[in-house]
Design a protein. Structure first.
Length: 285
């Protein structure tokens, strides 16, 4: 009976993934991104409640992996596919009328769900991944993709499905006082090469042997969780800085806004890499 609580949270995670897929095919990619963030909360709550209630079960473990494959694997893959199609200015062209080469290029995005499934399968049989992970966790990969959707849909003042070019683009950006950082983001998120590279890099990170630290806290002691606490403090500061301009003016600040979530994931990966190198050197010395 105790397993009902974590399994309910897992089911809600899966529901968010299913809704996100519907949004991704309905000109609502930004809301698909929101579904990933909501699902990540449910994913945290299912693990937390399972530990709190001592309600771990084989069924719960399998259900969690199945939900994660859909929400943090299939959904981000579909979103990346759509990002590439948008960058090709082909979103409103029926699939049957698109160039085959463009379809195949966009299909590179589906390496993410394939490698997400592989990563989860490895996790399920690897008993050593308790205090840390081998490879990037699927929720972190999905949050990175979700942040792109939020940038395209909420942060940049243009039609994300048919972005303007030339004079129309310059007029739109100038009218909303976009800074150099926004122009840089624009050049990235509406470039198909960016999303192809992101798809391949995420796929590699998902199954890489790099040890990524876990955010699970077995106790509240600082010494045992120093890296986790520092990372959480850093993340909160970045998010505060990213949205502070809505409340007060910070001269010379960058409008990070929703891109801050992508920077947090990048920081998480870099910290994990440096931490692995440091521990390895410490052991060798």
């Amino acid at each position: 009976m105790r397993a009902f609580v974590p399994n309910t949270f897992t089911s809600l995670n899966l529901l968010c993934g299913a809704l996100g897929i519907v949004f991704a095919f309905s000109e609502m990619l930004e809301y698909a991104g929101i579904m990933i963030f909501v699902a990540a909360i449910f994913d945290f709550l299912d693990g937390f409640s399972a530990r709190l209630l001592d309600a771990r079960s084989a069924v719960g473990k399998e259900l969690d992996s199945l939900a994660d494959v859909v929400t943090f694997g299939v959904l981000p893959g579909i979103m990346l596919f759509q990002f590439i199609v948008i960058s090709q200015r082909s979103y409103y062209i029926p699939l049957a009328e698109r160039d085959l080469a463009e379809i195949l290029l966009a299909s590179v995005a589906f390496v993410v769900p394939v490698f997400s499934a592989l990563r989860l399968a490895i996790f399920n049989v690897d008993e050593s991944q308790t205090d840390s992970f081998k490879g990037l966790a699927t929720p972190a990969s999905a949050i990175f993709v979700a942040s792109i959707a939020l940038v395209m849909g909420f942060q940049l003042p243009i039609n994300m499905y048919y972005p303007p070019e030339g004079e129309a683009l310059r007029f739109s950006m100038a009218m909303f006082y976009q800074d150099a950082y926004d122009y840089w983001l624009l050049s990235l998120v509406f470039n198909s090469l960016t999303h192809i590279v992101i798809s391949i890099v995420l796929a590699i990170l998902l199954v890489s042997p790099i040890k990524m630290f876990s955010l699970k806290l077995k106790s509240l002691r600082w010494k045992e969780n120093r890296v986790v606490y520092l990372f959480l403090i850093f993340s909160l500061l970045i998010i505060f800085y990213a949205f502070a301009h809505y409340f007060f003016i910070i001269p010379g600040s960058l409008t990070l806004e929703y891109s801050s979530f992508a920077w947090i994931i990048i920081a998480y990966i870099l910290i994990s890499i440096f931490r692995t190198i440091f521990i390895r050197n410490e052991i060798q010395s």
